[in-house]
Design a binder for this molecule. Sequence first.
Ligand SMILES: [Zn+2]
Length: 253
Amino acid sequence: MNDDTFQVFDAHVHVGRWKTLDFAGRTSHLEDVADVLTGAGCTGALVMPTDEADNQGLLDAVKAWKKRPCFLFAAWINPEVTGLEGFLSDHLADIRALKFHPSFQRRPITDITYRPFLDLAGREGLPAVVHCGRWREIAGYELALEAAAAHPDVPFILSHMGGDSPGLVTGAATAIRDGRMDNVYLGTESIREYWLVRRALEIVGPEKLVFGSDHNLNHPASFLAVVDALDLSDTDRKLVVGGNARRILASHD
Ligand SMILES: [Zn+2]
């Protein structure tokens, strides 16, 4: 890891090809992702596979990558993949987070099949990046908070700030504050409404927001622009664009 890895750190970047027809075959490789991130001013990123779940392919690419930006690898957790537990234990030293996507896997994060992976995250000090969305019974932020309460030793980053809509974002932020959920953070990826990010920040504080873009679907510059539109103090901006990610992701270095 370079000294400047977390200066501007994109904590939500996909690399590879999307299977879901919704994303029209969108594909990226580490090399083009690096160009986009560098062009946007990012110095580091947490990279994860797509719904193809090609953990081995992406990990190999990350390990071979010697240039900038600095890439940290997150493994995609599909409990139905045979050999996943073996992959995780074989590569623990190179895995920096676990990515959960309840909607693609069609099971809530509280499902029993996810439990061994959350237990592993607790033992190894790995953060859990959990997709949250509008499909409430599968991907609602309430379920992610329930899992976070059951695994207080795992830092949970709720993607899309708890779900990509104003009611969900403010609901998630309020629940985190009122529940004093020390281990829960909100990832800013795909939230376009700067006023909504500001409102959430006023509820939970700047140490709870983690900048992310959801590249290769979105462009990181779009979501850095949202953070910049908040007109934060220098200290708070540093926390949101990298300081919080450093605290969460670098804790076991
Ligand atoms: Zn994503």
